[in-house]
Design a protein around this ligand. Sequence first.
Ligand code: R5P
Length: 313
Amino acid sequence: MIVFCLPQHRALLPAELDGASEPALGRCRLGRFSDGELWVELDDPVAGRDCAVVGSLAPPDEQTLSTLLLAHTLRRAGARRVVALAPYLGYARQDRAKPGRSLGAAWAGALLQAAGVEEVITIDVHSADAEACFPVPVTSLSPARLFAAELRRGSLEGLTVVAPDEGAVDRCAAVAAAVGVEAPVAYMRKERTAEGVVHRALVGEVGSRVVLVDDILDTGGTLLSACAELRRAGAREISVMVTHGTLSGERWRELPAAGVRRIQVTDTVPGVRERGRDVLEVLDIAPLLMEALAAAAAPRLTPPATGRPRGGV
Ligand code: R5P
C-alpha cells in the first residue's frame, strides 16, 4: 500500500515511513493555480497499487477539497483501491435528516465515493447515524485504550466516567471497560437552547472524582455546562478526555476556571497542539493511526462487510 498524506497531517505519520518499507509513503505535490484552483501532481506511480489518502473532511474547506482531489487523482492514475484515512471525519454531526436541512454526513460520504474512495477509516466517528449515511464502508477506531492507559496512570479510586449527553454513553462505556476495573458510567441529558447548551439532568450516581469523555471539544459549551451540573452534583475533581479538538472560538479556554483539573485531547485535528498550548494536554493518535494503516494494507480476500444498508439521504 502507498500512503499519500496531506501536509496538515504529516506529523501524524512516523518519520521512518518512507518509500522503502510497506506501507510506503507516496510522494505528491499539492498547489494552487494563480486563480486559486487546487491542483495535485503524483510523483510516484500508483497503477495497480492499493493507496491510502490521509486527510480529513473537515474545515477549513481546503483540507476537504485536497483530500477529494488527491483521491480522484490516484484513481485516475490507475490505483486499484483508494482508502480514505480521515483522522477526524467532519460533517458527521449533521447526521439526522430534517426537511430542508443539509445532511452533511451523507454529502461527505457521496463526495468521497464520487472521488473514487472505496472505504473510509476514521477515529471515533460522531455517531452510528453518521456512519450509516455513508455509501461506502466506514471503520471507526475507538480511542478507548489510549484514554484508559492515561487513566491508569493515576488513581482509579472513586472514579466515575461521565457522558455529557446520551450520544456519548457507548464511548464512555468503552473507556470504562478498557480501564478494566469497575468504573461506573453516568450520563447527562443535554439540550441546545437559544442561550446555548444546558444540562437538565444527571442520570446515575457520580463520586467525587469524574472524567468527562466526549468525541469533540468545539466551542466548549457542552463541557462547561456539564461541569457546572457535575459540581452541583458533588463532583470535586473533574477531568476531561476528548478525541477531536476542533476548538472554535475561545470559550473552551474557560474550562480550567470552571474547575476542570486536566483536559486531554488527541491530535486528530491539525493545529490542536499550537492552539491548545497552555490549556490542553495533547495525546498522540499516531499509534492508532498506524494500526489502521496496517489493517488497511492487509490483503483483502473479500470486501469488508458493511453490516447495514448504506447511503442515507
Ligand atoms: C455533540 O453531540 C458532540 O458529541 C459534542 O458534545 C459537541 O459537538 C461539542 O461541541 P461544543 O464544544 O461546541 O459544545
